[in-house]
Design a protein around this ligand. Structure first.
Ligand SMILES: O=C[C@H](O)[C@H](O)[C@H](O)COP(=O)(O)O
Length: 206
């Protein structure tokens, strides 16, 4: 069964933290919160205020520490995932990492990975993924997620489902006290097959 880990750098300038219970990422140092046998949350202290991109990069670099030689890696989509792919490219180019294969979840990620000479494959050719790393749009205190606002939901879910381990990388702008907390539309991806049937089922939810 896949496990999920969540990595989040703490920013002292967060505007969301006051919505969260004090037990949610309360750490002065890196700790692991074991919420279930398979779900962990990590939070890294930040010495000074950083930009959101700097926070994303910090968390992405930490997540990439999970990657080991010989692994098949699910590569997420969007801005945080771009930092992950960038770090993987850097480690490969300097020889600090060898013999990995990436399975991208979007054309964007595929193009970035190819530009960094990261060997790529697909689920057809590599149906078993050792580790998938991706960002998220919202994370609640139970580590439930909203994903897909970057438009790659279906592929991300397929890659995640094929992965032994799923590492979610978020900066603290993604933390919410309850899913939907940002008041934005919930991503739903509908395949063409019987889309009207699915449209009705979705309408019935409201
Ligand atoms: O479809 C996109 C993915 O679910 C992204 O992981 C999510 O939208 C977060 O994107 P970003 O890292 O740009 O905040």
């Amino acid at each position: 069964m896949a496990s999920l880990s969540l990595i989040s750098p703490q920013s002292p300038c967060s505007t969301l933290r006051h919505h969260l219970p004090s037990t949610f990422f309360p750490n002065p140092t890196i700790r692991i919160r074991q919420t279930s046998p398979s779900i962990k949350a990590f939070s890294a202290p930040i010495p000074s205020p950083l930009t959101q991109d700097e926070l994303k990069k910090l968390a992405a670099d930490k997540a990439v520490e999970y990657v080991q030689r010989g692994m098949v890696i699910g590569l997420g989509t969007c801005s945080t995932a771009a930092f992950i792919v960038s770090k993987l490219g850097e480690l490969l180019s300097t020889g600090q990492l060898t013999n990995i294969i990436g399975v991208p979840t979007s054309k964007r990620t595929e193009e970035q990975a190819l530009s960094l000479n990261i060997p790529l494959s697909t689920l057809d050719n590599h149906p078993h993924i050792d580790l998938a790393i991706d960002g998220a749009d919202e994370v609640d205190p139970n580590l439930d997620l909203v994903k897909g606002r970057g438009g790659a939901l279906l592929r991300e879910k397929m890659v995640k489902a094929a992965s032994d381990k799923f590492v979610v990388v978020v900066d603290d702008s993604k933390l919410v006290s309850g899913l939907g907390g940002f008041g934005l539309a919930m991503p739903v991806e509908v395949v063409q097959f019987c889309w009207k049937y699915n449209l009705v089922r979705l309408q019935e939810l409201f």
